[in-house]
Design a protein around this ligand. Structure first.
Ligand code: P6P
Length: 340
């Protein structure tokens, strides 16, 4: 059976957006092109001796780049050329990239926040890494882009998605009408629909957290981790602990088989480690679109107003009932501390 390609699927779903004249479709296709370019290089990463170490000339006499720099360049290249994007906020750039100054992107309708290669420290360990993207609608035209158009709430996202460069390369995205997964078929160089209408199980038996930080976690998180480890046949506990250390890989597993991923706040890092605009918000959008939940301490990730481009946020995300259990324990602690 011939699979439906990403391009065919996007065009088919264009009817979901009566007002869009194909710009979002073209933007998603541009992202797919960048993903294919990055996939080709990520899969060669282990051949450093042939490709040459970073900063050296490789056998073609080209400067060997760090893969996250290369990934960043591919997204900027594809989004600039496509013309639909007016501004890029990237993990690799302290300041955003205003494309609206170029005639080709002057009328671009969309703002894209990206983590070009998340978990890139894992590349040399041959661990799955990923790209994460978040798409917002521009608010004004004919004037320079203002920060309030970049720093929008997660619930204002038009679309979000990720690419996971793993045992196979997949692009998973949502435009607010469910989540669909596409697997790259290298033999034809196309992403093909392999996981239509993805739903995260409402319950799971896997918890995913860097337990090395356990002693620094707030008490409600410590209590939840202990809850996961306690014996209880009815609720299939103790749960299994799985932590890859690559957010896209940990959350792709969570989406497919259920579970919960936590990167909480600690005393030293009250905002946690993960970035709001291009890690937490897009992953929260996808997981919520698939029927899951994503909180940041006592608020939904989608309801945090970003103040800066690279702002961090604590996150607990995954199967609905598992996240609700964390909220339950947190509430108990808040009530106890109020009665003390
Ligand atoms: P830690 C990778 O560096 C990353 O940004 C995410 O992909 C991942 O979830 C997290 O950091 C891992 O952080 O502190 O557990 O190594």
């Amino acid at each position: 059976m011939a699979f439906k390609t990403l391009g065919q699927f996007i065009i088919e779903k264009q009817a979901d957006f009566p007002y869009a004249k194909g710009e979002l479709s073209r933007l998603l296709r541009d992202i797919g092109i960048a993903a294919k370019m990055i996939n080709r290089e990520v899969n060669k990463a282990g051949l450093a001796d042939i490709l040459g170490e970073v900063g050296q000339q490789n056998i073609q006499g080209e400067e060997q780049k760090k893969l996250d720099v290369y990934a960043d360049e591919q997204f900027i290249e594809a989004l600039s050329r496509g013309g639909e994007c007016c501004y890029i906020a990237s993990e690799e750039h302290e300041d955003g990239i205003d494309l609206s100054i170029y005639p080709t992107n002057q009328e671009g309708k969309y703002i894209v926040c990206i983590d070009p290669l998340d978990g890139s420290s894992n590349i040399d360990l041959n661990v799955s890494v990923g790209s994460i993207f978040s798409i917002y609608r521009r608010k004004r035209y004919g004037v320079p882009i203002q920060m309030d158009e970049i720093l929008q709430y997660g619930h204002e996202q038009v679309a979000a998605g990720y690419v996971i460069y793993g045992s196979s390369t997949m692009l998973v995205y949502s435009t607010g009408k469910g989540v669909n997964g596409f697997t790259l078929d290298p033999s034809i160089g196309e992403f093909c629909l392999s996981h239509p209408d993805m739903k995260i199980p409402t319950d799971g038996t896997i918890y995913s957290v860097n337990e090395g930080n356990y002693l620094k976690f707030p008490q409600y998180i410590k209590d939840y981790i202990k809850y996961c480890q306690q014996e209880d046949a009815n609720s299939k506990r103790p749960y299994t602990s799985r932590y890859i250390g690559s957010m896209v890989a940990d959350l792709h597993r969570t989406l497919v088989v259920g579970g919960i991923f936590l990167y909480p706040e600690t005393a030293q890092h009250p905002q946690g480690k993960l970035r709001l605009l291009y890690e937490c918000s897009p992953m929260a959008f996808i997981i919520e679109q698939a029927g899951g939940k994503a909180i940041s301490v006592s608020t939904n990730v989608s309801e945090i107003k970003p103040q800066t481009l690279h702002q961090r946020a604590p996150i607990v995300i995954g199967s609905k009932h598992m996240v609700e259990k964390v909220e339950q324990i947190m509430l108990l602690h808040q009530e106890n501390s109020e009665t003390l």
